[in-house]
Design a protein around this ligand. Structure first.
Ligand code: DGY
Length: 337
């Protein structure tokens, strides 16, 4: 069953054209045309009366928003694998489905973690700035020396889909891989990828490269703070492609400035899109504007998955990638509401 053409849905940012065409072909689409995140007041106003929302990680979906949307809202389809922007418990309490976009961005996000690891340890951005500056330079035995990455130790904090994809790539660099995670991965994954689970403190002391792959939750907020940074090796590189607040940014800036660790590569920030000024002035941190999933193929796949979730919910079918499947299970879906 297709959704009725008059199901009113809000998409909070321009998505790939194919995705918008698909949604517009099946629903009454209200598309926010502005650049940047929808201002809060506009989000509250446009959400009113909608049966479905396609949201981004810059949209806060909380009690206030759900109240503004009203009783007809059936699904919040997030265009991201992370959903720390959504109060899932509040949605579930109202019987609203929440969906995300896992799997389609796993490999692309893993590539990004590697891009940052390599750029930070081999000082690519410092070199780029030097060349662009117009300053005379010549090949020099001591110029912009970094640390080798191959045959070193990679420590993964979090070992879900993206962490595992990062680990698989490490085989090509001859690295030993350790991971810290609340739950052990199935033994066959440990064996296939060649990794060992260790406590976080041991990982920090052992790894030359530490890459973060945990969701942002109350437990992981500032998981990497001054103490953890002090445990790392002086030549170590920290990479964060998960969520900014997993790292205490002020502590990281202090550690980088004091040479407690060699370098960092960041794709995400505590108060995104703001970046701590202390980080901006440090040469040994590579700063990317949250590009983890930013490939043409992957952004299209994410959009199609968000559309699949939206259209399924609005036509009474189970959305493929639900964050709160218990809401679906608890309801009879013989007929759409
Ligand atoms: C996500 O999906 O959670 C990323 O941060 C953006 O793609």
């Amino acid at each position: 069953m297709a959704p009725t053409a008059c199901e009113p849905v809000l998409v909070t940012r321009r998505l790939p054209q194919e995705v918008l065409a698909r949604i517009a072909g099946a629903c009454d689409l209200d598309l926010w045309q502005g650049t940047g995140a929808m201002p809060r007041g506009e989000l509250l106003r446009h959400a009113a009366g909608k049966t479905g929302l396609v949201t981004l990680l810059t949209d806060r979906i909380d009690e206030e928003l759900l109240a503004a949307a009203g009783p007809d809202l059936r699904i919040v389809a997030n265009y991201a694998v992370g959903y720390d922007n959504i109060d899932v418990a509040a949605c579930s309490a109202r019987g609203i489905l929440v969906a995300n976009t896992p799997d389609v961005l796993t490999e692309t996000s893993a590539d990004m973690a590697w891009a940052l690891m390599l750029a930070a340890t081999r000082r690519i951005c410092e070199g780029d700035r030097l060349v662009r500056s117009g300053q005379p330079w010549f090949w020099d035995p001591g110029m912009l020396l970094g640390w080798d990455l191959h045959h070193k130790v990679l420590g993964l904090v979090g070992f879900g889909r993206i962490g595992q994809a990062v680990a698989r790539r490490a085989q090509g660099f001859g690295m030993r891989v350790v991971y810290a995670s609340r739950r052990a991965a199935p033994a066959e994954i440990d064996r296939a990828v060649g990794v060992q689970r260790v406590p976080l403190a041991d990982l920090l002391a052992d790894a030359d490269f530490v890459s973060l792959h945990v969701p942002l939750t109350p437990e992981t907020r500032h998981l990497i703070s001054a103490d953890e940074l002090r445990r790392m090796k002086p030549g170590a590189v920290l990479v964060n492609t998960s969520r900014g607040a997993v790292v205490d940014e002020a502590a990281l800036a202090a550690a980088l400035g004091a040479g407690e660790i060699f370098a960092a590569g960041l794709d995400v920030y505590e108060r995104e899109p703001e970046v701590l000024p202390a980080l901006l002035s440090l040469p040994n941190v590579v700063l990317a504007p949250h590009l983890g999933s930013a490939s043409i193929e992957t952004r299209l796949a994410m959009g199609m998955m968000a559309a699949d979730n939206l259209l399924a919910a609005l036509s009474g079918r189970r959305p493929p990638t639900l964050v709160n499947p218990e809401v679906w299970d608890a309801r009879s879906h013989a007929e759409p509401r």
